[in-house]
Design a protein around this ligand. Sequence first.
Ligand SMILES: Nc1ncnc2c1ncn2[C@@H]1O[C@H](COP(=O)(O)OP(=O)(O)O)[C@@H](O)[C@H]1O
Ligand SMILES: [Mg+2]
Length: 399
Amino acid sequence: MSRFIIITTSTDFEQRVRLAVSDGLHGSVQRLPESAINGAPHDIMHIDPAEPPEVVLLGPGVSTDEALKLATVMDLQFPEVSVILAADSSPDLVLTAMRSGIRDIVSPGADTPTIRVMLERACLSSAGRRRGLSVQGNSEHETGRVIAVMSPKGGVGKTTVATNLAMGLGKVAPMSVVIVDLDVQFGDVASALSLSPEHTLVDAVTGAAAHDAMVLKAFLTVHSGGVYALCAPSNPNEADLVTADHISYLIAQLATEFKYVIVDTAPGLGELALATLEQATDAVWVVGMDIPSIKGLRNGLGVLHELGLIPQGRHVVLNFANRHAGLNIQDIEATIRVPVDVVIPLSSALPFATNKGVPLLQEGPRSPASKNLRKLVERFEPEVSSHMRKQLHRRVVVS
Ligand SMILES: Nc1ncnc2c1ncn2[C@@H]1O[C@H](COP(=O)(O)OP(=O)(O)O)[C@@H](O)[C@H]1O
Ligand SMILES: [Mg+2]
């Protein structure tokens, strides 16, 4: 949750801010009376000590001089907060505003999408400064869970599982989830999430972002479901620019910034997938209800076992499950030699969601497929105690 404070005389502007926040920013907006512009930053920060603001919007309708004064003190006392000025800008104002620590200037007439983009940027930079401050004070840093979604075969539902897992975990831990598309040549996470990324995996592993976790974060694309995404390049030729070393470093960096790093992979056990498995805490193995896919998984698991590359968390998802495939779960488990943990039925809701670019767990209707995808999400929720973890591989049925 982010908190937005606004000091303005304009109810119309406040309304547009509220609409912008409600469009996927996971936050609450509080309007303060005009007189608050003469107050101290301390008063603003302590209105609700449990949830201090990340973004403070000043204007329109308030005195620009007073706004700049407040911003100057805010910048010194609470540098993590992004202060935004809503005023008609001029070159002179931009310069003074910059010197006062104002992070952005927005026109009072800006439309809701413009305000949303600006607020998103403000939250991101506030989060970055907060993290910078806390890292200075505390070098102990817990790293997040790295969940690799894998299968030897294509078309078995890896991207479907990865994007739904991201949406589900995004509800549990808003803005603490990143999904990375490592199907570098033909990745379709962007399309499954209706994203038009400005930057892609290639930008994230080359140039400035490769050396600085904060820059890297600015290269991610924010999805309205409260998750970040690092999408594959749109040109398959760029795939050659990404190496296994890049991926090892990238994943390590992301795991210091996010609670959950979900990695969608290309079919098979290519070098990028192996580099991911080296760092993964969990692997979700997706298998279809057909012999090639099932045998492929058995052989793949065998090879990885020999290489010592099986992550500790094991989650086997049987996808496209249906009674008419001529196979039952026991046969499949006997072949792959590990239990199936989650069964996702063959469902027309899934291709529909893929084509629409809205994963089932983002807003889809309740269906057997979404219910079981949620069961997969639950396996990664923090409340799942170690006691329950021991029972996680329980018997499932195909209905
Ligand atoms: N359980 C299912 N029932 C029906 N269609 C599914 C199911 N799971 C996935 N699909 C569809 O199959 C296609 C391939 O899935 P995708 O997740 O892209 O596979 P992969 O990433 O392994 O290549 C997509 O159109 C997807 O919507
Ligand atoms: Mg895929």
